[in-house]
Structure formats: C-alpha cells, structure tokens
Write a protein that binds this ligand. Structure first.
Ligand code: PEP
Length: 250
C-alpha cells in the first residue's frame, strides 16, 4: 500500500545552525507511525543531518537535485552516486524552479531520473502547469506530457521507486493553493495515466503529493482526498511547529 508522505523542500534557505535546530525539533516532535517524513535540504547539510537522524525512525533526507552524468569534469555539480555514498534516500527532480531558472527540460530530467534510479536513489518527481495553461484548461495534457517525456520510459520495477509531486506553478510560493477539488482531480488523472501505462497495482501503490502553498491551515482538507497522499511543502517546512502540524494533518 502506498505511503503517506510529508516532504519539506527547504530550497536555498537556512544557515547550518538553523538547519540543525529545525531537524532536531522535527525529530523530537510527534510523528504518526504511518507518516513518512522527508526533508529536502541543501546538499551541504545532508551528511551532517543524516548522521543526526541515524537512530530516528520515519525521517529521511532528500537532495534537491543531482547531475545527469555519473562523474567527471562538471565543476560545482553533485552526482547521484555521491548522494547514495553518504546514505541519502531521495532526490527531488523536476521542480519548477529548476525547470525555469536552470532550463531543465523534460529530456534532461529523463536523464537525471535514469541516473538517480540506477544509483539506487528514490525520486520525487515534480510536475505541474503554469497559470496560462490552467486558465486555458489544458493542464491535463501539459502534465501528462511531462510524465510521458521524463518517466514513462521506465520499467515497472523502476517506476516503483518514483513519488510524484503535483505542483501547479501558480500555487508555489504565491499563497494561492489549488482547491482540494482541483488537487484531487489532477491526482486522480495522474493515477489513471499510471494505471494505463503500467498496471492497477503500480497505480495504487504510487504516492502522489500535492505542492503549492501547503500550510497547517489547509493541509487536512488537501490530504483528506483519496488520491492526495501527502504534500511537498516549501515555505511552511522551514518552521518546525508548522511542519509538524502538517505532518499530523493526515
Ligand atoms: C515547493 O517549492 O515545492 C513549494 C510547494 O513551495 P511552497 O509550499 O512555498 O508553495
């Protein structure tokens, strides 16, 4: 059965001391046994935080990116195998900020997904439409193309290591949340695509997270939907109490 997941995406925020305190506060908080917490932290904190979380159950770490090549002369980059070598479980790929500011195309993301899975990481793959696409009611075609182009070449076994995060771009960091109905509708659409491509079993087992201005005030309503299996949370994951109440909103 699929996992309930509360994932935080810290983006390029927090100094080292703040990162340690936030992680400690979350680890000391109350986390329901059936909720899987993932902290998407800057690369530089992953090793230290992983050591801190060694004996803590239910919290894993995610990198926010990895390079598409296995190794080599790519100054400043971090490979999937490096992440694996320090014990990291997940990598977030396809976030709209990386697509937008770093020109990450569906084709590039396909290569990143491949190398991440090959190295044994699990992938939180982000998809989602910009405002003009939503206004033209073309969001299903847009999201389906993102998934087909970057994920649907995977074998069914590899696909079982994917978590999908639906993040409508117009709702990220804007305070605008998709309504619970809009989220449910898209998540059900994504699950149906996965069923069509792979199988009913793979579709049922897939965790699909919603992202876009999730906070303690709206998390319960969003997570109550049958196809919303949790959230990928940006701003609200930087505050321990706020994030803990999201973790407890299932
Ligand atoms: C995100 O960056 O993945 C995100 C959903 O951000 P926020 O929660 O701040 O909208």
């Amino acid at each position: 059965m699929r996992k309930k997941i509360a994932a935080g995406n810290w983006k390029m925020n927090l100094g080292r001391d703040q990162a340690v305190v936030l992680t400690q506060d979350i680890a000391e908080g109350s986390i329901p046994e059936d909720v899987h917490v993932i902290l998407g932290t800057p690369f530089i904190y992953l090793h230290e935080l992983n050591a801190m979380l060694q004996d803590v159950k239910g919290i894993e770490l995610a990198a926010q990116n990895c390079h598409q090549m296995p190794s080599g002369a790519y100054t400043g980059e971090v490979s999937a195998s490096m992440l694996k070598s320090i014990g990291i479980e997940y990598v977030i790929l396809g976030h709209s900020e990386r697509r937008m500011y770093f020109n990450e195309s569906d084709e590039l993301l396909r290569a990143k997904v491949d190398i991440a899975l090959k190295e044994g990481l699990k992938v939180i793959f982000c998809c989602g439409e910009p405002l003009e696409i939503r206004e033209a009611n073309s969001q299903n075609g847009y999201v389906s193309r993102q998934l087909v182009n970057s994920l649907f070449h995977l074998s069914e076994a590899d696909f079982s290591n994917i978590v999908i995060a639906y993040e409508p771009i117009w709702a990220i960091g804007t305070g605008k949340t998709a309504s619970a109905e809009q989220a449910q509708e898209m998540h059900a659409f994504i699950r149906a695509l996965v069923q069509e491509k792979y199988s009913a079993e793979t579709a049922v087992d897939l965790s699909i997270l919603y992202g876009g201005s999730v906070k303690s005030a709206n998390a319960s309503e969003l997570f109550a939907n049958p196809d919303v299996d949790g959230g990928l949370v940006g701003g609200a994951s930087l505050d321990a109490q706020g994030f803990l109440s999201i973790i407890n909103a299932f």
